[in-house]
Ligand binder design. Structure first.
Ligand code: FAD
Ligand code: NAD
Length: 473
């Protein structure tokens, strides 16, 4: 292959590697430049998602969930154990093996699709050129089109310095080797709550400091309220309207100074996780000559087609506006590759689902009730609790509910919000319905197998029209 390509992709996360595969499928000569180093010190494709995000966090969530069920739930089934134990080193190395399996899988897919992988930092120079830097060596390559998929990195806060030993970011939180007796977390967002679930189930005392007056700002208020109640039962101490002023290491522990209602307090933790959001990663990415502009928030500026302000330069995923979700990044990658090939790649941003992998799980798509009220849209609500679903009770997981929001006049499904077992899988039916501009009545008329958790979606759809069978409407 020459040093000129149809497509240069900068970043090998779920945005970049998927864009590269789709471009290659469409017959475009493609190189993917990625600078990530895996835990073993070797180059590892897959970006945040595979290395320090979605996949490793779900591996730990699953291990810790099994342990928690063994301790608290199995006895309801009549199953008992003597001395249930968990070996954290085995749990972490299982997670590392899964990560390696999947990052290696992408390298295999690249090979099969004849995509060149370059382990280097890519800097956009302009004039369709990208400079690759690896140590002291640099090289310039050219591409007819360039896709930036440089992803995101954690925000930091003043006076709290991450060392990934005692004060951790998401990467450190996935590699703790001894269960902290007391774990402090700054931020009751997605990472904070998922990691609180992992380490809380394993026995850590959890304290979460949250600046806002509710947890999970993006979720529907009813779902967030229910989640808060469940987390309280799990002994998570979530302190709202609380601001961390500083954290410092003292005698091998972390002293956190926080302010609530104008009063400052100090508290000691074994470890502290900082999970206060993420920002677009543009470090060493753009030379002034690149012509690519950033937004006020430091994201790469793009139009609705993911085109940047420079000709033939596209940007996708966490580096641009929109939810920081792996599937959103991947769909943008596919759409951009198809546009480059002259096709009409398309994404419906109104139907991007969210899933939070706590227990119970939370999942939603479309508008929240608050958004509909703010936008002055009239709607009907249908709800149904899992406690009235035979399968949920048989599974010993009766917590949670389904809440559907449908347009008052047309009955079009505008939003679906689920908290409960397997919400992550149940939401797909609602995504499909919304994508086909279906109505609550469509969901109500579809035959749902019995006994399944999906009957809660069916009953919530019936309840939109106040005709649910297994509850009083
Ligand atoms: P990234 O995955 O961040 O990949 C960017 C890649 O580009 C990295 O490998 C980086 O090293 C490389 N790079 C950056 N700059 C350069 C450069 N100049 N040259 C070369 N390479 C460069 N999302 C979900 O949908 N579901 C989840 O369950 C989920 N869980 C998460 C859990 C955690 C703990 C975290 C932190 C995130 C989670 N996310 C989840 C979010 C998800 O990981 C991101 O939305 C997704 O990875 C974004 O993909 P991306 O391709 O845009 O960027
Ligand atoms: P987040 O935006 O979800 O939550 C950050 C929280 O920190 C917010 O509630 C915010 O109010 C709070 N906060 C900010 N500054 C604070 C301060 N100084 N003191 C106290 N609280 C403060 O961010 P995150 O949890 O870091 O996750 C980043 C992104 O990663 C998510 O938005 C999501 O897009 C992605 N992610 C997704 C999943 C998933 O899909 N299951 C899992 C993990 C991460």
């Amino acid at each position: 292959m020459s040093d000129k390509y149809d497509v240069i992709v900068i970043g090998g996360g779920p945005g970049g590697y998927v864009a590269a595969i789709r471009a290659a499928q469409l017959g475009l000569s493609t190189i993917c430049v990625d600078n990530n180093i895996g835990k073993d010190g070797k180059p590892a494709l897959g970006g945040t998602c595979l290395n320090v995000g979605c996949i490793p966090s779900k591996a730990l969530l699953d291990s810790s969930k099994n342990y928690a069920h063994m301790q608290h739930d199995y006895k309801n089934h009549g199953i008992s154990f003597d001395n249930a134990r968990i070996d954290i080193k085995t749990m972490i190395s299982r997670k590392d093996k899964i990560v390696k399996q999947f990052t290696g899988g992408i390298a295999g897919l690249f090979k099969a699709n004849k995509i060149k992988a370059a382990h280097a930092t890519g800097t956009l120079i302009g004039n369709n050129q990208v400079k690759l830097t690896k140590g002291d060596v640099t090289k310039v390559i050219e591409g007819n089109n360039i896709i930036i998929a440089s992803g995101s990195m954690p925000f930091s806060i003043p006076n709290v310095e991450i060392d990934n030993q005692l004060i951790l970011d998401n990467e450190g939180a996935l590699n703790i080797e001894d269960i902290p007796t007391k774990l402090g977390i700054i931020g009751a967002g997605v990472i904070g709550l998922e990691m609180a679930s992992v380490w809380g189930r394993l026995g850590s005392e959890i304290v979460i400091f949250e600046a806002m007056d509710s947890l999970l700002a993006a979720a529907d208020k009813d779902i967030a309220k229910l989640a808060g109640r469940e987390f309280k039962k799990q002994k998570m101490d979530i302190r709202l309207k609380t601001f961390v002023k500083s954290a410092q290491i003292k005698d091998g522990k972390v002293e956190v100074i926080y302010e609530k209602d104008g009063e400052q307090t100090s508290e000691i933790f074994d470890k502290l996780l900082v999970a206060v959001g993420r920002k677009a990663n543009t470090d060493n990415l753009l030379e002034n000559s690149s012509g690519v502009e950033l937004t006020e928030r430091g994201q790469i500026k793009v139009n609705e087609l993911c085109q940047t302000t420079a000709e033939n330069v596209w940007a996708i995923g966490d580096a641009v506006v929109g939810p920081m979700l792996a599937h959103k990044a991947s769909e943008e990658g596919i759409a951009v590759a198809e546009r480059i090939a002259g096709q009409h790649g398309h994404i419906d941003f109104n139907t991007v689902p969210w899933v939070i992998y706590t227990e119970p799980e939370m999942a939603w798509v479309g508008k929240t009730e608050q958004q509909l009220q703010d936008e002055g849209i009239d709607y009907n609500v249908g709800t149904f609790p899992f406690v009235a679903i035979g399968r949920a009770v048989a599974m010993n997981q009766p917590q949670g509910m389904v809440k559907l929001l449908a347009d008052k006049e047309t009955d079009t499904l505008l939003g679906a919000h689920i908290i409960g077992a397997n919400a992550s899988e149940l939401i797909a039916e609602c995504v499909v319905t919304m994508e086909f501009q279906g109505c609550a009545e469509d969901l109500a008329r579809i035959v749902h197998a019995h006994p399944t958790l999906s009957e809660a979606v069916h009953e919530a759809a019936l309840n939109v029209d106040k005709r649910a069978i297994h509850k009083v409407n």
